[in-house]
Design a protein around this ligand. Sequence first.
Ligand code: NI
Length: 431
Amino acid sequence: MMSLLLKGAYIITGDEKGTVIDDGYIGIRESIIDYIGIGYEGICDRYERVWNLKNKVVMPGFVNAHNHSAMTVFRNYADDLKLMDWLFNTIFPLEDKITAKDAYWATQLAIMEMIKTGTTAFCDMYMYMEETAIAVSEVGIKAALGRGLQGDIDTKDDFRLKESINLYRNFHGSNKGRIRVNLAPHSVYTCTMTYLEMVAKLAWDLNCEVQIHLSETDDEVRKSVAQHKMTPTKAADKAGLLNSKTIAAHCVAVNDNDLEILVNKKVNVVHNPSSNMKLGSGIAPIKRMIDKRINVALGTDGASSNNGLDMLTEMRNASYLQKVVLKDPTAINVDQVIAMATSNGAKALGFKNTGKIVTGYSADIIVIDIEKPWYYPRHNIKSSIVYSGCSKDVETVLIDGEIIMEKGQMLTIDEEKVLYEIQRAADDLFL
Ligand code: NI
């Protein structure tokens, strides 16, 4: 039973109007924001604890809508390779050697990095998802988890599908609703049509989200056309996978017809600008999608194709890429990228009332120390964060009102142990 008042901060609310409140107050009761506005006499008496946050920015925590957390173990191991070469010749063979314990520590590392850079919820697709779910529960971050599915197998005996169903039964809605479980077919080019249809039916039965890599590269489109005689978007749609509960990562190589399908089926798109840049995949037509009212979220993708999990970098890259490709600095503005990094992601992942600082919403809140040279002078606080900010200035993180990090101290992770264990895991793996 905790109540907390945050007072005196610059508040970036992330609401539809892009409201910023100077010298603002946020009241938190249990897990919910119950007051937002300016101070009034006696307000401090209504809360058990009061934090004075002068010279701080308070904003909604970031939602990393596409990640493969345990891939932090591969960070900086295999870079500067072509996507398919990287995936099939380097990553997939190594993944066969990963143990459940490795995945657990790699996920702890990923979560530690995410919390320290202001992320309060993420979407994950990988293997050993029970270990991921345990790490997620222990730290207290929110997550939408899906066991990565690859289906050349057309039968229901597929062990990955069984793991998915068990994950759903054991963890969906657990840790006070902070964990959601979805189905995660890797892509249309690693699955047969029958398999994709089976996943779509199961998702319908469970009423859960589906996440999938969709049209990441031109090469993927060629593979899909060879295999399914259709673009990835059309193939996914034919399988029945596309609807408002679909989380489609990338959508770089989409044609006009694909875009119309994404609009009509109300698919959520996750833009991963750094990964797309590093793998030379291209630039997703994000402005066109936003203009067509597609819900566009932001993600980092796995740490081995990025090579970090820093959402502030993604915000800046997302903005700059659209400006570059369209040769138009007005292509995308700070309010749009803030929404992409917060409420749009929460919506995509199925977390209700999350991603904005408004009353009735979950208290998923980050505090950023702006008493640093790169935040002066203070003309526009949103621009300060998006264009000049540094995610390492995040000092405090609340999730559902619970303090996960306070003034740089992680309260639910043994930092030293995680760093030791991940290095040990990597040393064993790459012997
Ligand atoms: Ni990915």
